[in-house]
Design a protein around this ligand. Structure first.
Ligand code: ADP
Ligand code: MG
Length: 484
């Protein structure tokens, strides 16, 4: 019928506009490498901030610490050395996109060196993401206080000793020391104007005082740098880290002499960690659709984080919702009226999109039940469900292939995209909920990278690097403790 033809035309158009043929991906990779050069040449020289990590020492310190949780056989050997006869809890706070995690790691003394780890995940009420700095940090401090109250009875802090905290912060910060850094801008659905330009450690410290929690922030770390450093100590061939979660970002190891904007001392290793903030990448080669443009225009940060908005977990489901909404409006895809819930922004979360995309049942019953549960759309036909899976596939595959192109851009910048005699392998540490849980996305990203690299793919390894950001921060806090 006419309705079906119209719906099919919308899907075909989407497929066409989201197309990522290999030639286009190469253009994106080249553009990424060009922007990397520009961002390293001068401050503000590119959409990519290319933030130089606090210092090479910082990276080394982090490496030593984060190693502790990566060595599966003797996880606390070094920790015991660090702690000598001391006993104590170290805390970490991981502020990602939608949730924040609080965790504590128990560092035992000599005879009790295997530490316990406990953690809790708290979701941030949406109104606090767009409120004031005080309100957000008060909420975090309160949650931390509640968590502290659940400490084991038999493991008190020694009298006169303050609790210490490592803070993982997944937004762009300009770091000025190991335990301070100013917020450059918000991303991923956060927009708290009065926090921009403030030292986030200072903001957190003031909130801790307000709620009456005696705790000291001893380390601030960006999640992507944490993943890079953790991965690298575990395996010296790790040259880059990529986060695919609520948002997306990448960090990599650059030769210091290739960073013209760096005027400080050259580190002994000759290398520095660079936080690319690649979510803000954009290029005329990116395949953008009307859905992306509308979503961007209505977002809290229009014109910014364009790469992030077509790749990461916060946005994929929303893009699919916008397509389905148009199909409902223009092709009566779900009947004569547009289901009201389908019109609500961000109603379709990426995990739900992923569940529909992975539905292997012959009647696509997962798709049917998600439509009912999320949008109150019932009695969908198999044909309707198939079209929805197709939309999910188009949107996910575009994101996955573009992430692969981004990684190729880094490899090109480092001259590691071609096979060279005697060259070590290059390992990329990957982390984040999207990469971890969205199997079809991950498979597509990995196979696209292989396709792009050809024979050079033999020397490139993608490695899942599990939660370097949380534990790493606790250990970093320990390594910068005033007591140890
Ligand atoms: P953050 O980025 O906030 O630090 P994570 O790395 O845990 O947190 O990533 C969370 C994001 O991962 C979610 O916002 C969601 O988009 C995505 N995600 C989580 N689970 C799934 C899933 N099953 N399928 C697809 N995406 C998922
Ligand atoms: Mg995270």
């Amino acid at each position: 019928s006419g309705r079906w033809a119209k719906a099919a035309a919308i899907v075909r158009e989407l497929e066409d506009k989201c197309g990522t043929p290999i030639g286009k991906l190469r253009q994106v990779a080249d553009a990424m490498a060009v922007e990397m050069h520009a961002g390293l040449a001068s401050e503000g020289g590119s959409k990519l901030k290319m933030i130089i990590s606090y210092s090479s020492l910082y990276l080394n310190t982090l490496c030593v610490c984060v190693w502790l949780c990566y060595d599966a056989e003797h996880p606390y050997f070094f920790l015991a050395c660090l702690c000598r006869d001391e006993k104590g809890w170290f805390y970490a706070l991981d502020l990602g996109g939608t949730n924040f995690r609080v965790l504590r790691v128990q560092l035992g003394g000599k005879e009790n060196r295997v530490g316990k780890q406990e953690f809790e995940e708290v979701s941030i009420p949406p109104h606090l993401m767009v409120g004031t700095s005080d309100a957000l940090f008060d909420f975090i401090a309160e949650a931390l206080k509640k968590f502290v109250a659940t400490e084991d009875e038999d493991f008190h802090m020694p009298p006169g000793r303050e609790r210490e905290l490592g803070f993982t912060f997944s937004f762009p910060i300009k770091q000025s020391s190991i335990a301070s850094g100013t917020l450059m801008k918000w991303t991923k659905g956060f927009y708290i104007e009065d926090a921009v330009g403030q030292d986030v450690v200072g903001e957190l410290t003031k909130a801790l005082e307000r709620v009456g929690l005696d705790m000291r922030v001893t380390a601030l770390v960006n999640d992507t740098i944490g993943t890079l450093a953790g991965g690298r100590y575990h395996d010296p061939d790790v040259i880059a880290a990529v986060i695919l979660g609520t948002g997306t970002n990448a960090a990599y190891v650059e030769r210091a002499h290739a960073i013209p904007k760096w005027h400080g001392l050259l580190p002994k290793s000759g290398e520095m960690a660079i936080n690319m903030e690649w979510g803000n990448f954009r290029s005329s080669h990116l395949p953008l659709t009307e859905y992306d443009q509308a979503m961007d225009a209505e977002s809290l940060n229009p014109g910014e984080q364009i790469f992030e908005k077509i790749i990461s977990g916060m946005y994929l489901g929303e893009i699919v919702r916008r397509v389905l909404c148009r199909m409902a409006e223009e092709a009566s895809f779900f009947g004569d009226t547009v289901p009201p819930k389908l019109k609500i922004p961000f109603m379709l979360k990426t995990p739900v999109m992923s569940a529909m995309h992975h539905d292997t049942s012959s009647d696509l019953r997962v798709v049917g039940s998600k439509l009912r549960d999320v949008f109150e759309i019932s009695n969908t036909s198999l044909k309707t469900r198939k079209a929805i899976v197709e939309v999910c596939n188009i949107v996910a595959v575009r994101g996955a292939r573009l992430s692969a192109a981004g990684i190729l851009g880094i490899l090109k910048k480092l001259g590691r995209d071609t096979l060279k005699e005697g060259e070590n392998q290059s390992v990329i540490a990957l982390d984040g909920g999207l990469f971890e849980h969205y199997t079809l996305f991950r498979n597509s990203m990995e196979s696209t990278l292989k396709e792009l690299l050809g024979e050079a793919s033999e020397t490139i390894v993608i490695q899942h690097s599990n939660d370097g950001s949380g534990i790493g921060a606790a250990l970093l806090a320990a390594s910068h403790s005033q007591y140890l």
